[in-house]
Each structure stands twice: as C-alpha cells, then as structure tokens.
Design a protein around this ligand. Structure first.
Ligand SMILES: [Cu+2]
Length: 201
C-alpha cells in the first residue's frame, strides 16, 4: 500500500441490478479511489509525514493512481464509488451544493437514498454513516480517539472451526504493530480447529 498498491472490488447483486443506477463502468459508473501521497522526485516518499500514533499522512491527494485527475461527464446521472485507500488519513467528500446523494455504504445499498451534506471516510471505509437514522450494516467503522464502538455480527452460513476470520485496524501502522486478531465461528459445543499455515504472511 505504501507504494500505491490498492484496488477495489465492485460488488453488484440482483437488487442493485434492478435499480435505475448508472452501470457502465468508466462511463457513468466511476471508481474513485483516494490516497494521500508524498513524492520524492518520481518516487513515493514515506520517509516523511509519519506521525506517531497515527501513521503516514501524505501531502497530496491521488485518485485512481493519478494526481489532479478529472472525468468529463455530461448532465446524465453519474455513480461514484468512493473508497478511502489511504493508510491513515480521514477524507471528507462533498459537493458545492452541500448535498451528497448517497445510495450505499460498505454495508451495501441503503434501504432508501440519503443526502447528507458531507461524507467522511476513514481508511478502508466506503462511506460514513451519514446520520443516526441510517444506522445500518457496515464492515468498517471510524473509531475516534478515546471512543468505543460495539459491533454485532451475524453468521448465517455453516461454521468452519478451521478457517479464521480476521479483524483489524485500518490505520496501516497500527495493523502492522499488532492491531489485528482472528476468530473462528463454531457450532455450539464445537472447538476451534488448527488454522492452516500462512507461508510468507
Ligand atoms: Cu488503530
């Protein structure tokens, strides 16, 4: 990631396929992958901008691997899929008219579209919960300093005592220093198995 390596999966399902959302990738359905970077000549520079407790903060904003990117669009509806792919910085997104039409988050499509003034994304997030009324599923949550977040998970599929799930902090330096854990889902009375080895990880 420190060399710009980041990408996103575009997930669609039957429900999103039925909705009148723009669907032509690169034309009216645009990924917007945002990273903060610092350059030393032609190379990415991670020797500076490192804040203890937070991690690396870059000086410039890169979108889809490009500085000062733009897309020409007409007056048709355009769908943007925002991802904060930075290693530590929180980004706030907005439009001039202070209205941010929102149809989905990292938890999937919202039950109904929303229009917050701004959308704030912490690393790895695809959208910030815009207002309490929209509390819904999320797989990534911002946890401000000193705060606590309680999460509820539901596992509907078969349990697998041998294959762990993982959870981790999205501030990359925290993750590297151990803010990462694993757990397995077992049936009642079942014990965790031995996870497979991970060569090179
Ligand atoms: Cu952290």
């Amino acid at each position: 990631m420190q060399k710009g390596l980041a990408g996103m999966f575009l997930l669609d399902d039957e429900r999103s396929g039925r909705l009148a959302l723009p669907k032509t990738y690169g034309v009216d359905d645009l990924p917007v992958l945002v990273q903060d970077v610092t350059f030393d000549g032609a190379d990415l520079d991670h020797g500076h901008g490192f804040l203890a407790n937070t991690g690396f903060l870059g000086e410039r904003t890169m979108v889809n691997g490009t500085l000062a990117p733009y897309a020409e669009v007409g007056d048709e509806r355009v769908r943007l899929r925002l991802l904060n792919a930075s290693t530590a910085r929180i980004h706030t997104f907005g439009f001039d008219d202070d209205r941010f039409p929102l149809v989905g988050t990292d938890g999937g499509l919202l039950a109904a579209p929303a229009a917050p003034n701004r959308v704030q994304l912490s690393p790895g997030e695809r959208v910030e919960r815009p207002e309490p009324a929209l509390r819904g599923r999320k797989d990534t949550v911002a946890v401000p300093v000193g705060s606590t977040v309680r999460i509820a998970l539901r596992f509907d599929g078969p349990s697998d005592p041998g294959t762990p799930y993982m959870y981790h902090c999205h501030l990359l330096s925290h993750e590297d220093e151990g803010m990462m854990g694993r757990f397995v889902v077992v049936d009642k009375g079942q014990r965790a198995g031995a996870p497979p080895g991970h060569a090179g990880h």
